[in-house]
Write a new protein. Structure first.
Length: 282
């Protein structure tokens, strides 16, 4: 097996990263890349991705990639979650051995040298995770507000992204297990899950996100700006978010018959989500 068994992700002080975050580290001493998975609304660091943690390590193309499944609490506001993800991504890019890999490896396994760095960082995000990830990348700036150089290593891969927003009533229906939602239940869902307001197309977060990405694309060096030219797939049966071209993203790949949740879950019968991600790995 080219990857070690799943383990909790910890930082240099032994504290856990995120909410239930786990990793499968490549057995080779110096893998060239990392895939960071970021779940969506009411998702889970591992369960959102179904067979990805088990099928991806069997693929030769992923043999020299660490697999990092990052978890956050979607009850919180998206900018708050993005700030935490930003700190995690900075550790992945700037000091992975001391801040992620070595503190997380099981006892007895070979540690990475402190000088170890990844050549490639692929962020795979679903639904709300696309918003959280884009906000986190926008926050990767120096004290002088210049984009950090390691952004040139990042590729963004999005499964049914909600970066264009999602109607509150549909998100509220997910909270209440698909039940018909009236104004009272919608208000209750909004109270419990602050991120619902962040995904409101008529709110502040979604329009501002688009404006900020447009400015980033116009001002950042071309190789750095590429981190916001995402690879995207949408399911034809998605009833939560709408498919459509977003700014300078690559033309999205349609996944016929897939719903909002199936689009990011490879199975033995449907390997399209896996093939999509493998096709983007450098």
């Amino acid at each position: 097996m080219p990857h070690h068994l799943s383990t909790l992700l910890r930082d240099g002080t032994g504290q856990k990263w995120g909410r239930g975050s786990r990793g499968r580290f490549a057995e080779m001493p110096v893998p060239r890349g990392a895939v960071v998975f970021v779940h969506g609304f009411r998702g889970n660091a591992i369960e959102t991705w179904f067979d990805f943690p088990f099928r991806l390590p069997k693929e030769q193309k992923a043999a020299d990639y660490d697999l990092l499944f990052y978890g956050y609490d979607s009850r919180e506001q998206a900018p708050y979650s993005a700030r935490s993800l930003n700190l995690f991504l900075r550790a992945v890019a700037e000091d992975p051995a001391r801040q992620i890999v070595n503190p997380s490896l099981a006892a007895g396994l070979q540690k990475r040298p402190d000088t170890f760095r990844y050549d490639h960082i692929v962020i795979a995000a679903h639904s709300l995770g696309a918003v959280v990830s884009r906000l986190a990348l926008l926050g990767a700036v120096s004290p002088q507000r210049d984009p950090l150089p390691w952004l040139s290593k990042v590729r963004l891969v999005l499964f049914a992204p909600a970066h264009a927003g999602a109607p509150a009533v549909k998100l509220a229906s997910l909270v209440f297990m698909g039940l018909p939602v009236g104004s009272a239940l919608e208000a209750l869902a909004r109270k419990r899950y602050k991120s619902i307001d962040d995904l409101d197309p008529a709110g502040q977060t979604i329009p501002q996100l688009r404006t900020d990405i447009q400015q980033f694309l116009a001002s950042a060096p071309a190789n750095v700006a590429d981190c916001h030219r995402a690879w995207v797939t949408h399911g034809s049966a998605d009833w939560v978010v709408k498919a459509g071209q977003y700014l300078q993203d690559n033309q999205f790949l349609p996944m016929n018959g897939a719903g909002h949740f199936e689009v990011c879950k490879p199975t033995q019968k449907d390997h399209r989500p896996l093939d999509f991600l493998l096709g983007v790995l450098p």
